[in-house]
Ligand binder design. Structure first.
Ligand SMILES: [Zn+2]
Length: 241
């Protein structure tokens, strides 16, 4: 597990070059954002020990396997930690892969994994988890959320953006790292969410795959423009969200 600190409150944990999760410092300990792929629990706990603070909360950006893979193992080791995920993506953890009638009926993409851990709290847009605000950013998955740290403008965007092999949003394809594009459910909706996140004017962009960017505004603008270009009419004709 590679460990890298960004600013005062964000610690990036990376496995196999491309797979990130994050520890966020709070006054009472740490919030873990995503759990990485399976087999990451020991490395995450070691990183927290090295920071000298307990993990109080586990929050998830979405239910893909490389973000929830170590959830059950961590929950077993940290039974008192809160576990939070969007109400929408929580259904995937139980094995329910159905779409709602009012969702675009596109096939789900990416790997989902059943988890035995029961969330202690289901999140809605606008909820607060410590210093983090829950930002709805559907598209990569139906219930994807990002977390915005109001203390310093850090945005933990999950897979709403990727910076591995260059910044993208909305599932634009990068041949050197195609997994982000291949795992995105609803590309027009994901581009819309990319714009919503850009409008927060984050000072720092942390993502599920790739490096963390400082002052990411211009890069996010480029990613949005590229995604809109690729999607063309399918973006222009999307229903109003
Ligand atoms: Zn994903």
């Amino acid at each position: 597990m590679q460990v890298k600190t960004h600013g005062n409150n964000l610690v990036q944990l990376t496995r196999l070059i491309a797979f990130n999760c994050f520890l966020v410092r709070e006054d009472d300990g740490l919030t873990l954002v995503d759990t990485n792929m399976g087999g990451s629990a020991d490395g995450i706990l070691k990183a927290a020990r090295d920071l000298g603070a307990p993990i109080r909360r586990i929050v998830l950006t979405h239910a893909h396997v490389d973000h929830v893979g170590s959830l059950d193992a961590l929950h077993a080791l940290l039974p008192d930690a809160e576990v939070m995920i969007s109400a929408r993506d929580a259904r995937f953890l139980t094995g329910d892969r159905s779409l709602d009638a009012d969702e675009d009926q596109m096939p789900l993409r990416g790997g989902y994994q059943d988890c035995t851990t029961q969330p202690t709290r289901l999140l809605q847009a606008g909820d607060r988890v410590g210093s983090l605000e829950v930002i709805a950013s559907p598209g990569h998955t139906p219930g994807h959320v990002a977390y915005f740290d109001h203390r310093d403008g850090t945005l933990i965007a999950g897979d709403a953006y990727s910076t591995q092999a260059g910044i993208v949003t909305g599932g634009s394809l990068r041949l050197l790292f195609p997994f982000h594009a291949l795992a995105t459910w609803n590309k027009p909706l994901a581009v819309h969410s990319g714009e919503v996140l850009r409008a927060l004017q984050p000072t720092r962009l942390a993502v599920g795959h790739g490096r963390t960017l400082e002052n990411p505004g211009a890069a996010m603008d480029r990613a949005i423009a590229e995604a809109k270009r690729h999607l063309g009419n399918s973006y222009a004709s999307q229903k109003a969200y």
